[in-house]
Design a protein around this ligand. Structure first.
Ligand code: HEM
Ligand SMILES: *[C@@H]1O[C@H](CO)[C@@H](O)[C@H](O)[C@H]1NC(C)=O
Ligand SMILES: *[C@@H]1O[C@H](CO)[C@@H](O)[C@H](O)[C@H]1NC(C)=O
Length: 221
């Protein structure tokens, strides 16, 4: 009984799916925004990434409201993908990777998958990367961007919404290999390893001064 329990735990660890999510609030010195912060530890807790979101208090469930998001990810990954609807197919996919030059520190590609194959471009959601909060060091890279079109979409004609006053299941996946054209958001991207999931609390990212704070940020590039 005990032995089989340990074998089960071992099997989980070997699959690398034993991710731990820590949910918190993050007061960001770079942008002045307060983010809802999901901190995701994975691969025997040796790696982590952070996903953070902020929105205006006026955002309502049923709106296609803007968010500012922030991602911190290890230099060791080739790309990180986040699926706003909690699965690969029929929802907005964000694919981010570290850029090839200091002038292009990070890229975010807006994608959509109709099936379990390479996602195509998804122009209904778009990303504006900000200078503030976009940087890297020896271990991690970070990107801060506004997304228009990430909080609502149509799944085969059925409208879907992220409730800004609640939690949402987000799916994620990554590859250790880089996109073949790292300077191009339309690059081909290699297949990922085992996907994973976490519940992200959007309500914590409500910012009273959202509009004025975001207006002060400078667009990169
Ligand atoms: C690069 C091209 C991609 C290919 C060829 C691909 C292929 C696949 C395949 C074959 C599966 C099924 C695997 C299984 O059931 O064991 C799968 C599952 C999954 N993929 Fe991808 N994928 C790609 C990109 C992405 C991206 C960019 C994301 C997220 C942003 C993503 C998220 C997921 C998730 C969450 C699952 C779990 C099952 C599901 O939710 O449908 N994939 N993928
Ligand atoms: C490296 O950069 C990441 C992303 O900005 C940051 O979270 C981390 O604390 C930094 N590490 C060090 C040692 O400064
Ligand atoms: C970005 O997406 C939003 C929401 O779908 C849309 O209203 C806007 O026109 C898009 N902007 C660009 C430049 O594509």
């Amino acid at each position: 009984m005990i032995a089989s329990l340990w074998l089960g735990v071992l099997a989980l660890l070997l699959r690398g799916v034993c991710a731990v999510t820590i949910r918190s609030k993050y007061n960001d010195p770079d942008t002045g925004l307060t983010f809802s912060w999901s901190y995701e530890e994975y691969i025997l807790s040796t790696s982590y990434f952070s996903f953070r979101t902020a929105q205006a208090p006026e955002a309502q469930n049923g709106d296609n409201y803007d968010i500012v998001l922030q991602i911190v990810a290890p230099n060791s990954i080739g790309w990180l993908g986040l699926a706003f609807g909690g699965s690969m197919v029929n929802n907005p996919l964000l694919v981010a990777w570290k850029g090839p030059t200091t002038a292009q520190p990070a890229l975010i590609s807006s994608r959509w998958a109709d099936g379990h194959n390479t996602p195509k471009a998804y122009p209904e959601a778009n990303y504006t990367i900000y200078k503030q909060g976009t940087k890297s060091n020896n271990t991690h890279w970070q990107v801060t961007a506004r997304c228009q079109g990430c909080t609502s979409w149509s799944n085969k004609g059925s409208p879907k919404y992220i409730n800004p006053k609640g939690a949402q299941r987000i799916a994620w996946a990554f590859s250790t290999s880089k996109p073949s054209q790292p300077a191009n958001v339309n690059s081909a991207i290699p297949y990922h390893g085992t996907p994973n999931y976490f519940n992200h609390e959007f309500s914590t990212g409500s910012n009273t001064n959202y509009v004025t704070t975001v207006q002060k940020l400078q667009v990169l590039g």
